[in-house]
Ligand binder design. Structure first.
Ligand code: BJW
Length: 230
């Protein structure tokens, strides 16, 4: 029974109305990465960073999974072997579609983290720099997301899963951010069949044996049907 590992990025949630990062009009066209996605930016201006994530938390709460999220949930429930989703996305659309085996390597918008004591709890709709940690009482709360220079979550599950995968698919990710950008190359070297499903050629395309071009809501359900027939 084959083990399927799927890496997802912002492109899978684009058709649910959530902006990607690096596309034209994406989030990085409106905000400087170093201001909103680094620990240093947060230290300089926590109010600006909290506003950025408050707005995205509200958008994500209103978004609904699309046909691509739903197809991956169907793959997990109907495939006889293991299916693991490694998502770089901080929205909850995979879980909303019914996926259960999901690693959020870049954190989750609906979680809060205390950077003084490490406590984690469900994020309120609106977070502010004056908020205090429910565990230690310090004014040290932040969104539980992974910024540049921080270590992604779930590496202890991700590394063995890549080594063990029979099929590795990447959906809607530009291949610009490490370590996720190297997963295709890594899984291929470890013996997996690799397939990239993306709107366009990405920075990591050359690392994949097979390519499916098009919107995730179209190419992912077709690919899942093939996986379930195989
Ligand atoms: C569609 C579509 C549709 C559109 N259908 N497709 C030099 C060399 C190598 C590495 C480094 C280096 N200098 C620094 C580093 C490391 C650094 C890094 O990668 N920097 C790069 C800039 C080079 N990485 C880190 O710091 C990471 N940590 C780390 O490496 O720790 C060391 C360590 C690792 C492992 C073990 C031990 C130690 C942390 C990275 C954190 C990234 N954080 C962000 C923000 C998260 C919170 C938030 O959401 O705000 O994560 S940045 C942002 O980019 C976000 C995303 O998850 C991530 C990736 O973006 P993604 O998903 O690929 O989106 P886009 O917009 O780029 O692409 C969308 C794609 O979809 C496009 O291709 C479209 O065509 C496509 N698309 N519509 C299908 N409808």
């Amino acid at each position: 029974m084959s083990k399927i590992v799927i890496l997802t990025g912002a492109g899978i949630s684009a058709e649910s109305g959530l902006g990607t990062f690096r596309d034209q009009d994406g989030l990085w066209a409106q905000h400087r990465i170093e201001d909103v996605a680094t620990p240093e930016g947060f230290a300089r201006n926590p109010g600006l960073v909290q506003e950025f994530y408050n707005a995205r938390r509200a958008q994500a709460a209103a978004a609904r999974p699309n046909a691509a999220h739903e197809a991956l949930a169907r793959l997990e429930s109907d495939h006889a072997g293991e299916v693991l989703i490694i998502t770089q996305n901080v929205d909850g659309l995979h879980e909303a579609a019914g996926s259960r085996n999901v690693v959020h390597m870049h954190g989750q918008l609906d979680r809060a983290l205390c950077h003084a004591c490490g406590h984690r709890w469900p994020a309120p709709k609106v977070m502010q720099p004056e908020d205090t940690c429910p565990e230690c009482g310090q004014m040290a709360t932040r969104p539980d997301v992974v910024w540049f220079g921080e270590i992604p979550y779930g590496m202890e599950r991700i590394d063995p899963a890549l080594a063990d995968a029979d099929i590795f698919a990447a959906v809607g990710t530009s291949g610009n951010v490490y370590p996720a950008a190297a997963y295709g190359q890594h899984a291929r070297r470890m013996g997996a069949h690799t397939v990239e499903l993306n709107l366009e050629v990405s920075t990591a395309s050359r690392d994949f044996a097979e390519h499916r071009r098009g919107p995730a809501s179209e190419v992912v359900p077709l690919w899942v049907e093939e996986m379930l027939m195989a």
